[in-house]
Design a protein around this ligand. Structure first.
Ligand code: PLP
Length: 384
């Protein structure tokens, strides 16, 4: 059932009493009730044997959702941007050439971080909503011969999904390693780290994994670990230094005070995925995307991204002519407690960003949303 009652009941005596919301935006997504229960459990210390037991469980379960056997797989104490900074700071050194595929806001954030770490960033750009073709990725990498290649698998600012395989093959041909942003794809679309040959991937907890924000799962291939070991200079970022983080999670030596509560939540979120089965979960998101698109087209709207490279869990229907997207969003929030997002940058006012993820990626979740979306469009003056 689609209800805000999934959230813990409000308690008069607490100083916080958040409004009821149905999270249909690009993230955070709706948190499963079992994850809330896990969050409320007793905090243990960050060096407690129980904490390490949970952290190791998280590592093991992350390998499954990432589709990898990488030893170096763990959750960074930070949001998705912290995972991005971990990837960049450990693998981009001053003067290093970084080939960046850019077709949206988050790719540009990787570029900005890489520059700050001294990287020489060369860009292959496409308009927001498009992807680079296999031929384009190969040509660019072969021409530039970079040390690091970076791209965003699911670009949340546009709704486009960039395939990984051709990028990884060309990168390895020229001796580069590949950083992939899987912030929106993990847990909802096939990220397939080992199958694609991705060397470093990072994600977040608040989208496809349906947990609260605060941790960033990262995984690093043996090839990239070799690079890490051969670094001459220590990482300029102390907090995100993977060598120090390994001393903590494997050597059990204090590094920072990790949040036991967030680890419990992630452990529970990943257990829910395990119980459902990763394949079933991905298929559920694919199906929900199909149903969403059909419903959107029935309403007379168009999707911004062509069918063959859409993100399943983050939909970007175009705002119809004459409709103010802010009014539609305000109606949904004020009348139904439904959060969605608008576009930004070149897509400001042009697209809606609707997340159909986790518990809402069902026929019921899609129809519940579409009924209210149609009402909001009509209230905002939309006529077919
Ligand atoms: N990368 C992508 C593709 C994202 O969608 C986001 C956030 O939405 C980020 C990176 C940054 O993640 P966070 O906001 O958790 O720091």
């Amino acid at each position: 059932m689609i209800t805000t009652q999934n959230a813990p009941a409000s308690t008069e005596r607490l100083s916080v009493n958040p409004p009821n919301r149905l999270l249909y935006g690009p993230g955070p997504s709706q948190v499963h009730p079992r994850v809330y229960q896990a969050l409320a459990k007793q905090v243990v210390g960050h060096l407690d044997p129980y904490f390490f037991e949970i952290a190791q469980g998280v590592q093991k379960k992350l390998r499954t959702v990432y589709g990898t056997t990488n030893d170096l797989t763990l959750a960074i104490s930070a949001t998705g941007s912290g995972g991005m900074e971990t990837a960049v700071s450990n693998f981009v050194d001053p003067g290093m050439k970084v080939a960046l595929f850019s077709a949206g806001f988050f790719a540009d954030r990787i570029g900005e971080m890489a520059k700050r770490h001294g990287g020489n960033v060369v860009r292959f750009e496409k308009p927001w909503g498009e992807i680079a073709s296999d031929d384009e990725t190969r040509d660019f990498i072969r021409r530039e011969r970079p040390s690091v290649v970076a791209f965003v698998q699911a670009e949340t600012s546009t709704g486009a999904f960039q395939p990984s395989k051709a990028i990884c093959e060309a990168a390895h041909e020229v001796g580069a390693i590949v950083i992939a942003d899987c912030v929106t794809s993990l847990g909802a679309m096939p990220v397939e780290i080992d199958k694609n040959g991705i060397d470093i991937a990072y994600s977040c907890t608040q989208k496809g994994l349906s947990c609260p924000p605060g941790l960033s799962p990262i995984t690093v291939s043996p090839r990239a670990v070799e690079r890490l070991k051969s670094r001459k200079q220590p990482n300029r970022s102390w907090y995100f230094d993977l060598k120090l983080l390994l001393d903590y999670y494997e050597g059990k030596k204090y590094h920072h005070t990790a949040s036991a509560s967030l680890f419990y939540a992630l452990h529970e979120g990943l257990s829910l995925i395990e119980e459902e089965g990763l394949e079933n979960r991905l298929e559920r998101h694919r199906q929900a995307n199909r149903e969403f698109v059909k419903g959107i087209e029935r309403l007379g709207l168009e999707m911004h991204v062509p069918a063959d490279h859409r993100i399943w869990n983050l939909n970007t229907p175009r705002v119809p002519q004459g409709v103010d997207d802010a009014k539609v969003r305000a109606h949904l929030l004020q009348k139904h407690g439904i959060e969605i997002a608008g576009g930004f940058g070149p897509l400001a006012g042009k697209i809606f960003r609707v997340g159909i993820m986790g518990p809402f990626a069902t026929t019921e979740g899609v129809n519940f949303f579409l009924d209210r979306f149609e009402e909001a469009l009509r209230e905002s003056g939309y006529r077919r």
